[in-house]
Design a protein around this ligand. Structure first.
Ligand code: AMP
Length: 283
């Protein structure tokens, strides 16, 4: 039976009891509006750890647009039903005023990871992500935590936190779950009309096209130009960035070498809905 916990104090009691039994804890942080992508993380955690804690918290600190925060889908009742169905053990749904009872005095920055992609277009975003993840790590004391490849840069940032602070937490990166048309599942997809979902599926086909070109030896600049051209021909979609980076470091590269492991990362707007996606490829 799933247990719903809404306050930090109750969560601490629950965690204490779990630790007394020497049970392991897997954590899956989410912002709710759950879909099969989220549930895949939950299933992995359930397989690996004795107790799985899923958090549902739309973290205001990681939104740099109040419009995006206001429009973020909130479907708590349905989320709880899905998590009960998935046999999640603990569902933590805190209130923002308890999580941010005091303004944080710490701020986090992540070196070169702050100089590219999401960090450029969403200033302050990763400080907000880092703060909430550290809070959740402190509250839940997990042995392992699950994050999606979909937010690849976020995963790298959380890896830096774990490494730099020597946190005794194993991080797991889960593959991207997609719709049949290739569109990466996202809570924000709920805001798309059917015709926009078709348009948005071109994000994935563009990434696959870029992969094919790179594997055929087409140069980086040409591949980038081709992606930009594809988007400029698409009036209902606007490209924010398309980057070809080293998978491990997310560093930009100027030439592709055989054996390289790369991430192709893209962000685009479909109407006012911002979507991100990526694929990891080996040359
Ligand atoms: P969010 O609720 O968007 O913050 O996502 C919570 C976690 O689920 C993050 O670690 C995401 O990377 C992950 N996630 C989101 N969408 C997907 C997806 N389509 N497939 C797998 N994981 C996902």
């Amino acid at each position: 039976m799933s247990q719903i916990v809404r306050s930090k104090c109750n969560l601490k009691d629950v965690v204490r009891e779990i630790k007394k039994k020497n049970s392991t804890i897997g954590l899956v942080p989410t912002m709710g509006a759950l879909h099969k992508g989220h549930l895949s993380l939950v299933q992995m955690s359930i397989m690996q750890y004795d107790v799985t804690v899923v958090t549902i918290f739309v973290n205001p600190a990681q939104f740099n647009s109040s419009h995006d925060l206001d429009k973020y889908p909130r479907t708590e009742k349905h989320d709880i039903e899905l998590l009960i169905g998935a046999k999640c053990d603990i569902i933590f749904i805190p209130r923002a005023d308890e999580i941010y009872q005091f303004d944080p005095s710490v701020s986090l920055s992540f070196g070169h990871l702050e100089t590219l992609m999401e960090a450029i277009y969403r200033p302050g975003h990763f400080n907000g992500v880092g703060l909430i993840v550290m809070k959740l790590f402190g509250l839940v004391e997990p042995n392992g935590a699950y994050f999606g490849q979909k937010d690849l840069q976020q995963f790298k940032i959380i890896s830096s936190l774990v490494d730099d602070f020597e946190l005794p937490i194993t991080l797991h990166m889960a593959p991207i779950v997609r719709e049949i048309n290739g569109l990466a599942m996202s809570s924000r997809n709920r805001r798309l009309k059917e015709s926009q979902i078709d348009v948005a599926s071109k994000i994935y086909s563009t990434l696959k096209m870029a992969e094919k070109s790179l594997k055929e030896g087409v140069g980086i600049l040409v591949v980038k130009k081709n992606v930009e051209k594809l988007f400029s021909n698409e009036s209902s979609m606007e490209l924010e960035y398309f980057e070809i980076v080293q998978f491990e470091t997310l560093q930009n590269i100027s030439v592709v070498n055989e054996g390289d492991r790369l991430a192709l990362c893209l962000a685009a707007f479909v109407a006012d809905v911002r979507l991100i996606d990526n694929i990891i490829i080996e040359i």
